[in-house]
Design a protein around this ligand. Structure first.
Ligand SMILES: Nc1ncnc2c1ncn2[C@@H]1O[C@H](COP(=O)(O)OP(=O)(O)OP(=O)(O)O)[C@@H](O)[C@H]1O
Ligand SMILES: [Mg+2]
Length: 247
C-alpha cells in the first residue's frame, strides 16, 4: 500500500467536518473524491498535506507513519517533497513567465542549477502541451492553459502522489476538456492521484476508486466501476441517479 489514511477527525469549533475518514491508496490509483458542497472534501485533502491540522488521525505514506495532529516540521517538509497539490485557481506567479513559474520551485526548493531546471521544466511543459508558450505570462493564457502550467509545475518536482482540489471548476466549460485530458494522460502514465471533482465523466472513466462523502462521513468507498454500476447504499444510488439525469 502506498498510502493508508486512518480515521481522520476534524472539527471547526463545534462543527464536525471530518468524522473518521479512512482511505487506502495503491500506487497508480486515481481516487475521485465526490460529494455535495460542504461535505469536507477540501478539508480532507488539506489535512493530508498538513495545510490544515486534523484533530486526530494518522497516515502511513510509503512506509512512514505521520500523526495528522502533531507531525514535526521536519516530517512535514519530507512529506511535502513527495506530494504535490493542484488548486482550483492555479496560483501562478503573474510576474513570471511560464518557464520561470515551473523552474522556480526547482531552483529555490530543490537547488537544481538553472540549465538543468530549464530542461526538466520544458519536459514537464511538453507533457501538458505547453512547451510552445515558455515566455508567455499567465495573463496571456486561458484558464485551461494556466491550469496546465500549474500541473507542469508540480510534475517538474516529480511527486509520488498529486492531490487535486477541483482543478477544473474555475474554468469555462469549453476549457475543462483540455485539463481533464492532461489528467487522463497522467493516470495512464501511472501517476497516483487524489482528485476532488464534480466531473462525473472523469470519475467514471478515469478514476479506479471513489470516495463518496457527505456530512463529514464516508458514504461509500471502493471501486469506481462498482460505485457507478452497483452503488451499495440508497444515498449512493440517489447520487449516481441524480448525475445520470444531467448526462
Ligand atoms: N477554516 C474554516 N473555518 C471554519 N469552518 C470551515 C473552515 N474551512 C471549512 N469549513 C467548513 O467545513 C465544512 C467542509 O468544508 P470543505 O471546504 O471541506 O467542503 P467541500 O466538501 O470541499 O465543499 P465544496 O464542494 O463546496 O468545495 C463546511 O461546512 C465549511 O463551511
Ligand atoms: Mg472544496
Amino acid at each position: 500500500m502506498m498510502l493508508e489514511i486512518k480515521n481522520v477527525m476534524k472539527r471547526f469549533e463545534d462543527h464536525v467536518v471530518l468524522d473518521g475518514i479512512s482511505l487506502d491508496v495503491e500506487k497508480g490509483d486515481v481516487v475521485a473524491i465526490l460529494g455535495p458542497s460542504g461535505s469536507g472534501k477540501t478539508t480532507f485533502l488539506r489535512c493530508l498535506n498538513f495545510l490544515e491540522q486534523a484533530d486526530s488521525g494518522e497516515m502511513i505514506f510509503e512506509g512512514t507513519r505521520y500523526d495528522l495532529n502533531k507531525a514535526k516540521k521536519s516530517e512535514i517538509t519530507a512529506l511535502r517533497r513527495k506530494t504535490a497539490f493542484v488548486f482550483q485557481n492555479y496560483n501562478l506567479f503573474l510576474n513570471k513567465t511560464v518557464l520561470e513559474n515551473v523552474t522556480l520551485g526547482l531552483i529555490l526548493g530543490s537547488r537544481i542549477r538553472k540549465q538543468e531546471a530549464n530542461e526538466i521544466a520544458i519536459d514537464a511543459l511538453r507533457r501538458v502541451g505547453m512547451a510552445d508558450r515558455l515566455s508567455s505570462y499567465p495573463v496571456q493564457l486561458s484558464g485551461g492553459q494556466q491550469q496546465r502550467v500549474a500541473i507542469a509545475r508540480v510534475l517538474a518536482l516529480k511527486p509520488d502522489i498529486i492531490f487535486f482540489d477541483e482543478p477544473t471548476s474555475a474554468l469555462d466549460p469549453e476549457l475543462i476538456g483540455e485539463v481533464l485530458s492532461v489528467m487522463r494522460q497522467l493516470a495512464e502514465d501511472g501517476m497516483t492521484m487524489l482528485v476532488v471533482t464534480h466531473e462525473m465523466e472523469f470519475a467514471r472513466n478515469v478514476s479506479n476508486k471513489v470516495l463518496f462523502m457527505e456530512n463529514a462521513h464516508v458514504v461509500e468507498s471502493g471501486s469506481s466501476h462498482e460505485f457507478f454500476a452497483n452503488p451499495k447504499s440508497e444515498r449512493s444510488r440517489e447520487f449516481v441517479n441524480s448525475l445520470a439525469s444531467f448526462a
